[in-house]
Design a protein around this ligand. Sequence first.
Ligand code: BGC
Length: 520
Amino acid sequence: MGYEIYVRSFADSDGDGIGDLAGITSRLDYLSWLGVDALWLTPFYPSPGHDHGYDVSDYRAVAPHHGSLQDFDTLVSAAHQRGLRVIVDIVPNHTSIKHRWFASARRDPDGPERHRYLWADPGPGGRPPNNWRSHFGGPAWTLDEQSGQYWCHLFLPEQPDLNWRNPVVREDFESILHFWIDRGVDGFRVDVAHGLFKDTELRDNPQIAPLADGMHPFEVFDAFEHRYDMYQTETTDIYRRWNHICAPRQVMLLGEVDAPWPDRMSHYVAPGVLDQGFLLWAARAGWSPEALLKMVRVMHEGLPQGVSWVLSNHDRPRPASRFGGGEVGAQRALAVTTLFMAVGGTPFLYQGEELGLTDGTLRHGTYDPVPVETAGAIHGRDGCRTPMPWDTSPHNGFSTSDPWIDSEPRPPQQTVAGQRADPDAPIHRYRSLLALRRKHPDMWRAPLEWIETSDPLVAALRRGSIALVANLSDHRTHVSLGSPGWQPVFANRQGSRLDSATSEAISVPAETTVVLTRGS
Ligand code: BGC
């Protein structure tokens, strides 16, 4: 089981209000107690912070507010002592506008450095070269007044896209991989892994839906088929090369692949390419059980071990908020996470998900720099980025001074310390679930057989000595498991009444996922 750490907001050791690597080291015992196996750290590299670290200005260093390379080495060795693996984020689609590569590229339009990035002459009337859009709104092109050419950026203008057809870019990134592997990392999470290459002729993307005034930039982005700005076949050649570097050292490659279709995902996630892909679909969806169960089956059939299911990350409102809020939302989130344990590759929790947290409440202002840069068009990433609530000391134990993001303190029952003291709290359900997955590798390794149910809101499966029934409907259901002798060992609801034992059918309450074992 993996655990995403949003470094800015996890634990601050030096009292500057920003989370850091030493803070993470000080909380490793907690993560071991919880039972996770691997940590994914969001970017901690030097960055001017236009996209909170996803605009990297030096790929081989640590931003001073997050610590130092020595802190990184200490963290890795302390994690390894506890059997925890460390996965770092690598951002290859774009750099920061402040990276020295971009400075040289801009300075000398005729120099060789220019070709590290994507430049193009204006279209008719001085317009951008084609119809590509930035995820964050507006065209994916910004005019460089000095040279009269546009540079390409699928995100902010301050995140210029690299030119992956340039061998120098490939070589640089391979050397960056070596740099972190030599420091002991166990994996890379590849940001925007379906990006990187662009069409050589810079053709317009086909428009597939009408545009209207006031549309959210994500909707505008989705109104185009991304045939030419993303998903280019050459991208997988890069990951094959990376796999040659990583596989012999048992270093995992985990891509953020925005492709909720197995045929597309399987270009990237395949033997010799990326080991697993984060499927973001479920981290974006509201409470839509039928669509979710369909997606789980389709993806599992196409890529049985390749999908790393996540219900949340640092980019989207927390699942408890999206699924109805409060206790209801938290129960639904755990019901789905329980299913994720048995249907794919390595699932990940996002920090605080184990507490059943809803989004934090901001006191004032907006902190994600992207809304500021996009004049408010993109919003919604602050609530899931508020500090990890450790206890009821000032700033919930995150920092000794004001955190970088000004949010309401969490009450005791939403803190790690408060929940550890309460045997009925969500943290103990998550911990039991993680322990169960560890104890029963059949849960993710044995051949999966779906048990047919007549209700599209109910999924049931067997994997060796494990059976699982996810009843995401709003009423109790009965499922025949096909053979007797199953014992329930986990349910997302404390004290759920589960009839079972030696019978071959189980009755499962509404919005409840049950795991059963046999013969162990
Ligand atoms: C990251 C976002 C970031 C974007 C651009 C995403 O995958 O999760 O936080 O804004 O990439 O780098």
